[in-house]
Design a protein around this ligand. Structure first.
Ligand code: PEP
Ligand code: MG
Length: 366
């Protein structure tokens, strides 16, 4: 049972009095959300919805969705997934009890959703009424040489709009139901992943807004919500002024931003990076601590450009760096509003945020 007590709780209380940065957690399961809350998280800063899709009860429908060559087939599969997602979001809203919940729409590694084994292919063939050879061809068509630079993030939402529409419907239906039941509406912060251009955000934001209108009309009730974007590609940083026109918030995805800034695969970083760090070729592992001259400079550019068109733009970070004290100090100095980290790092982040505030340097007041 995670809980803070005694002297540690007292110390945390002091830290909370001096820190300016808010601390949220990355969580998608009820257990993680609950743990985060007990450790003092002030919201969920990243709910990675693709993790929810691997549940054995739904992976069949997920494969059906991906493998269908028709919109109708995808919509059938998505109709099966909608109740699951509605329950997922209801639970998170309930646990977080009015604190902000940032829900990132699907950002799948497409290759992890594709059927590989013979029996998986046979099952999806049956669900789509297709033959095995057609399914094998489709799987081959969808497989990519570099999935992390491929058909993922908002690119999937742009090409298959019905996916994000289903997720938006689940979010709004869950939020409206809780508002009716408790009299207090959750405020979902819907986040679009891997945006490189303003147009991608415009298209996906329009999908979300369309569904919001539909659900509010059906329910006879409206709730507030935000739509923002991950900033995790160099191009998004360099065009952040254009993107900010369509975004209520930015959250820096420093895992992908590090990968794309260094041109260094995050999945293979362990291979030679330790040698670089040991020899002092790089002062630190850039996947752990923000490299101020590279990723840090891009974050600064995005912040300046974003706030130049929208001074109130809310800024957070949800990459692994959000739980790293040196990076938290960078976030304080840059004037971000919050960091989001894994639930067990929340206490460390609260202390680091306090330390960073005492060290001074933010150009943004609490
Ligand atoms: C990131 O890229 O920093 C991020 C938070 O998203 P993910 O790790 O899920 O790609
Ligand atoms: Mg990412």
């Amino acid at each position: 049972e995670p809980k803070l007590s005694g002297d540690f709780a007292t110390l945390m209380g002091w830290a909370d009095k001096v820190r300016r940065l808010k601390v949220r957690a990355n969580a998608e399961t009820p257990l993680d959300a609950d743990t985060a809350k007990k450790f003092g998280a002030e919201g969920i800063g990243l709910c990675r919805t693709e993790h929810m899709f691997f549940d054995p009860a739904r992976i069949g429908a997920v494969r059906q969705m991906i493998m269908s060559e028709s919109e109708g087939g995808r919509r059938d599969a998505l109709a099966k997934l909608l109740p699951f997602q509605r329950d997922d979001f209801s639970e998170l809203f309930r646990i977080m009890a009015g604190l902000p919940v940032t829900i990132r729409l699907l950002d799948p590694p497409l290759h992890e959703f594709l059927p590989h084994k013979e029996e998986e292919l046979a099952e999806v063939a049956q669900s789509l009424g297709a033959d095995l050879a057609t399914m094998q061809r489709r799987a081959a068509d969808l497989s990519e040489a570099n999935p992390m630079l491929g058909h993922r993030g908002c690119r999937l939402g742009v090409t298959y709009p019905e996916i994000y529409e289903m997720q938006a419907r689940a979010i709004f239906e869950a939020a409206v139901a809780i508002a009716k039941e408790t009299g207090k509406a959750p405020v979902p912060e819907i986040m679009i992943p891997l945006v490189a251009t303003r147009r991608e955000l415009e298209l996906t934001r329009a999908q979300v807004e369309k569904v919001a209108k539909e659900v509010f009309a059906e329910a006879g009730q409206e709730i507030e919500y935000l739509v923002g974007t991950m900033i995790e590609l160099p191009r998004a940083c360099l065009t952040a002024d254009a993107i900010a026109g369509t975004a209520d918030f930015f959250s820096f995805g420093t895992n992908d931003l590090t990968q794309t800034t260094f041109g260094l695969s995050r999945d293979d970083a362990g291979k030679f990076l330790p040698y670089y760090v040991e020899k002092g070729i790089l002062p630190k592992d850039p996947f752990v601590s923000i490299d101020p001259e590279g990723v840090g400079a891009l974050v600064q550019i995005a912040k300046d450009k974003g706030r130049s068109v929208k001074p109130e733009l809310k800024l957070g970070i949800c990459g692994e760096h959000g739980g790293d004290p040196a990076s938290i100090q960078f976030c304080e100095q840059t004037g971000l509003d919050y960091v989001s980290c894994s639930p067990y790092r929340v206490p460390v982040a609260r202390l680091a945020a306090a330390q960073a505030a005492l060290a001074g340097g933010s150009d943004r007041t609490a």
